[in-house]
Design a protein around this ligand. Structure first.
Ligand SMILES: Nc1ncnc2c1ncn2[C@@H]1O[C@H](COP(=O)(O)OP(=O)(O)OP(=O)(O)O)[C@@H](O)[C@H]1O
Length: 353
């Protein structure tokens, strides 16, 4: 009997992933990580729904209190990032440091099980020639979540199954109804788990960062307005600046030292290049010369052509074929060749004042 530990959030995707594996004859154990307090998944509500699914399937359910791990790896990372004027991407960090690694450790050491599965929409294949696990986009382009998985190591990919990678989302709903899962009608999570739990990113951050009024200035330093704290802004943001000007203005930089939000016109908000650090090469070994690829600089953005130039110390330089808007320090840049995710990392800050 093939054994696998399934990460259950209490949502429809992980419930269906568990039911599909169970139906295929796997011996499964449900595992829910308790990540935070608040409303929604990853909180007590998700644990209850996950327990109901395990009850329904007649399989064991484990809950691991991971609140401290989440606090150290995600809350602290977010709060210190926003304080410094960057917009951190918590999901890839959470996947690597809080979910996949610890779930595999728990499965192996506590349960003697070598594999985990999640309801992520992505695919894994092994390439005999290079001896590497390949991370591929999901079949359903609307649901593809590979962007958030770029930081998984080869060891993690070797121990992971994504049962929904070949399944369109509509089919997942149909399967959930067919298996009579109590989560079949559950609405999609619309946002970051932290945002769902706290209502908005702003109200979450306001618990940790004091509001501090400062100037909104143009790139020449001229004061155009006032803000209530730089952590309320994201580079590339256009709406909600509250500044009257002859043409649309964008946030082009955040200055934590002077507590200033720097705005500029559309031209100055586009970047022809950026540097990426903490790079993880996934489907290919780190190259020693530039490669061509298509890069995503946001989860939902269309991949655009780029030259990826390797640099020392796990960094790369990205040269976009066309200047890009919303090159946001702290967010992930993830590059692909067709369906294959080649690598990714975190975009660095570049001062524009
Ligand atoms: N707290 C958790 N404990 C265990 N596994 C989790 C947890 N949160 C998420 N996962 C796993 O990661 C996958 C992707 O999680 P994500 O938060 O992106 O939710 P999703 O795509 O809406 O999926 P779902 O419908 O299962 O919640 C889930 O399908 C699940 O397998």
């Amino acid at each position: 009997m093939k054994k696998v530990v399934v990460g259950l959030s209490g949502g429809v995707d992980s419930s269906t992933a568990a039911a599909v594996l169970h139906h295929q004859g796997y011996d499964i154990v449900g595992l829910t990580l308790w990540l935070m307090k608040g409303k929604g998944q990853c909180c007590s509500e998700g644990m209850v729904d996950a327990a109901k699914i395990c009850e329904q399937l007649g399989v064991p359910h484990h809950i691991v209190d991971s609140r401290e791990l989440f606090e150290q790896n995600i809350i602290d990372y977010l709060v210190s990032g926003y304080r410094e004027g960057i917009t951190p991407l918590p999901c890839s960090q959470c996947n690597r440091a809080v979910k996949f690694g610890p779930m595999i450790n728990y499965a192996k050491s506590e349960l003697g099980i070598d594999y985990i599965a999640t309801g992520h929409y992505a695919r894994i294949a092994f390439d005999e020639q290079s001896g590497r696990y390949q991370l591929l986009k999901a079949i359903d382009p609307q649901k593809d979540q590979s962007y958030f998985l770029y930081d998984l190591s080869q060891e993690i990919l070797a121990s992971t199954l994504f049962p929904l990678g070949e399944t369109p989302k509509t089919e997942t709903r149909r399967l959930a109804a067919e298996f009579n899962l109590t989560t079949a009608e559950k609405p999609e999570s619309q946002d970051l788990c932290l945002v769902e739990a706290h209502g908005s990113m702003q109200s979450f951050l306001d618990q940790y960062i004091n509001q501090k009024t400062g100037d909104i200035v143009d790139q020449g330093g001229k004061v155009l307005g006032q803000h209530q704290g730089i952590h309320h802004y994201t580079i590339g943001q256009r709406r909600g600046l509250g500044v009257a000007y002859s043409e649309p203005l964008y946030v082009v930089d955040l200055d934590p030292v002077m507590n200033r939000v720097i705005v500029g016109t559309r031209d100055s908000a586009a970047d022809p290049e950026c540097t990426v650090s903490r790079v993880n090469w996934v489907s290919i070994a780190p190259p020693d010369s530039p490669i061509r690829a298509e890069v995503r600089i946001r989860y939902r953005s269309q991949p655009v052509p780029v030259t990826v130039v390797p640099l020392p110390e796990n960094r790369v330089h990205l040269r976009f074929d066309e200047p890009q808007f919303g090159v946001t320090p702290g967010q992930g840049a993830v590059w692909y060749e067709g369906d294959r995710l080649l690598g990714g990392g975190i975009m660095e800050r570049k001062s524009k004042v």
